[in-house]
Design a protein around this ligand. Structure first.
Ligand code: PRX
Length: 635
């Protein structure tokens, strides 16, 4: 029996038990039977949760791209690895075979080496969803450079802070990008960012929009001529299992974004294994995940997970609403997609439109449909199940995080019975526990608590770039000896998990994880603002939207409030990006604070939601009178 694929529920329970009782044996076998190694490990796992030190497959030697590409060439050389579906449906789709992918990644890897990038160097990738994006990540991995992808919707100052935090030596970008009927000047954003980034020596620019851009002498180079001159074979760098593969920034509840560091072997084994089982992947399936590669979902389930399994994966440059709301369905039909993986926010937005957009297409190719990024509400779940999955495709509601690297709690398609809004059962190797406020583990079923994981899994992030102390404090100190997810969850009568949402100051807006602190910092930089507090409130399409309570300085009090609101949102756009804009702004004279100066956000959350019924205990507030004032201001 192979351990790699779980065929039915009984087998799931058997594998799950094995993975908990004998984690070393379990992962040892999966790793050695399904991947190509230069050298196998001394130890499957070494860890110390108190110190947040975790190592998997110690001393093993491997290169992830050998596993994503080279080992498939003999059997699947002519098979399509990547289908590129452009923003504009009248532009032809591209099919990139594994042979071609090998050549293009080799060329790119050779260009990077020629440009002086070495093992361990950091490379910032700021590209739209075009083949060069996937190829750039793989080329970095090929030569052992650490990729740090910054989502191409982030502003210049967000790009600059991410580049500086991990001191990238190179940026790979494009002249521009297309999104729906808009063209965006990506290179201009990079130029602005680089004014503050002395560490960047080289910028490689791919052509996409053919627009005029500034090329800085001695720093910027067009990518294509370099690729044309490069050799089309490349010898992969031999990497240690624990060498960093990439850094990916995620919002924290306080302070600057956290550069989560993922390492090579554990990430490889876990993303491949979860891809295979959650989506029940079979040879010749066509897998489409609609996320952007700039997020973890794209890293793990557009790129690495599918390629590690020799799959065909779709890279979609566009948006669900262009040219009209049937684009997703048209693309599924066109490429005969078998697994479709998207976010609740997209589902809700499409469900608002006429159902004819989706009914126009039979969607018979689909076998599995997935959801990720935020809790999926009952209505959206049913719409997705009925109209997209035709009630015949299992809906896999996958719960996981940037920090976890791969899917943690989810139904396995055709194995786990699904239940609307429930992420259901943990993957093998994952030990979720619910904790109460006294830090005790809550036993039994039909309970709720803070979701922790009590044993490491192969793809857990190993640290925060440059700040191991912060990693330890953020994830391992609230509940000593356990990894704290920041989410609350409920366990039902049969042990199924439902994620209820964040229990910290992170708000998930349209599936994007936004820390309130950096947004407040951006607002507070506006010259008329004294202080601010952000909370999330329910929104029909985005899941949550942002509500800002803003205290003005004296100098701002006579200003026009509509103009001020616009300026504040512009400030947020410039500092973070348009995704962090506030839906509502309320100007207030004070914020409810405890004696220790902490803003009591639960009160602000209730006011933002319009629920004035019960504010709970407000006796610890220094200024309880402000609650009525804010409430009355809203009414
Ligand atoms: O709150 C959870 C929510 O998204 C958070 C992680 O965000 P990020 O690191 O950006 O990664 C998103 C994609 C993996 C989690 O802490 N979340 C993610 N998936 C689900 C979810 N909440 C409920 N159900 C899910 N399926």
């Amino acid at each position: 029996m192979s351990y790699y694929k779980i065929e039915n529920l009984e087998e799931y329970f058997k594998h799950y038990k094995k993975s908990i009782r004998e984690p070393k044996k379990f992962w040892d076998r999966i790793a050695s039977e399904n991947f190509t190694w230069y050298q196998e490990w001394d130890n499957v796992i070494d860890f110390n949760m108190a110190e947040a030190e975790i190592k998997w497959f110690t001393n093993a030697k491997v290169n992830i791209t050998k596993n994503c590409i080279d080992r498939h060439l003999a059997k699947r050389g002519e098979k399509t690895a990547i289908i590129f579906e452009p923003n504009d449906p009248s532009e032809a789709a591209q099919h990139i075979s594994y042979n071609e992918l090998y050549e293009r990644v080799s060329k790119m890897a050779n260009v990077l080496r020629e440009q002086g990038v070495k093992k361990g160097d950091r490379v910032c990738i700021y590209l739209p969803m075009i083949p060069e994006l996937a190829i750039s990540l793989l080329a970095c991995a090929r030569i052992g450079a650490i990729h740090s992808v910054v989502f191409a919707g982030f502003s210049a100052s967000a790009v600059a802070s991410r580049i500086n935090d991990c001191e990238c030596k190179m940026v790979i970008t494009s002249d521009g990008s297309y999104r729906g009927n808009k063209a965006i000047d990506l290179k201009g954003i990079v130029d602005e960012a680089l004014e503050k980034c002395p560490c960047v020596e080289t910028v490689l620019v791919a052509k996409r929009t053919n627009t005029n851009v500034n090329m800085k002498e001695g720093r910027d180079q067009w990518l294509q001529p370099l690729l044309d001159d490069a050799m089309n074979t490349n010898v992969a760098e031999i990497m240690d299992a624990e060498d960093p593969l990439f850094i990916l920034y995620t919002s924290g509840s306080t302070g600057k974004p956290k550069g989560m560091v993922h390492t090579t072997a554990g990430y490889m084994v876990y993303t491949a294994y979860t891809f295979k089982n959650v989506f029940s992947y079979e040879e010749n399936d066509v897998f489409w995940c609609t996320a952007d590669i700039g997020w973890i979902t794209g890293h793990s389930y557009i790129l690495y997970g599918p390629l590690l399994n020799g799959a065909t994966t779709v890279i979609f440059e566009g948006v669900p609403s262009y040219p009209d709301f049937s684009r997703f369905w048209e693309v599924i039909e066109k490429h005969q997609v078998t697994q479709f993986y998207t976010a609740p926010t997209a589902i809700r937005a499409l469900a608002k439109e006429s159902v004819e957009y989706v009914q126009k297409y039979p969607l018979q190719s689909l076998k599995v449909i997935g959801s990720v990024g935020e809790p999926i509400n009952e209505e959206a779940w049913h719409w997705y199940n009925d109209h997209v999955g035709g009630k015949r495709c299992p809906v896999v509601d996958t719960w996981w995080q940037t920090e976890t690297g791969g899917i943690m709690i989810s139904p396995l398609a055709f194995v786990t019975p699904t239940k609307p809004t429930y992420a259901s059962l943990p993957l093998p190797g994952i030990q979720p526990v619910l904790m109460d406020e006294k830090r005790n583990e809550i036993e039994g079923n039909q309970v709720t608590g803070s979701l922790c994981i009590k044993y490491p899994w192969p793809s857990i992030a190993r640290t925060i770039w440059g700040d191991h102390q912060r990693y330890k404090e953020t994830y391992f100190s609230a509940f000593p000896g356990k990894y704290f997810t920041g989410d609350g969850a409920l366990r039902d009568e049969v042990g199924y998990y439902r994620i209820t949402g964040r229990v910290d100051d992170v708000v998930i807006v349209s599936g994007h994880n936004l820390g309130t602190a950096p947004i407040e910092d951006a607002i507070n930089e506006h010259p008329a603002v004294a202080e601010s507090a952000i909370v999330g409130f329910p929104h029909d399409i985005k899941g949550n939207a942002l509500y800002g309570f803003v205290i003005l300085k004296e100098s701002g009090e006579n200003r026009d409030r509509d103009n001020l609101s616009k300026e504040i949102n512009q400030h947020i756009s410039d500092h973070i990006g348009p995704i962090a804009k506030l839906d509502k702004i309320q100007f207030v004279s004070g914020l409810p604070k405890t004696r220790s100066g902490k803003i009591m956000r639960r009160i602000l959350r209730k006011i933002a939601e319009g629920d004035f019924s019960n504010f709970g205990d407000i006796t610890t507030l220094l200024n309880p009178e402000i609650v009525d004032e804010i409430k009355d201001g809203k009414i």
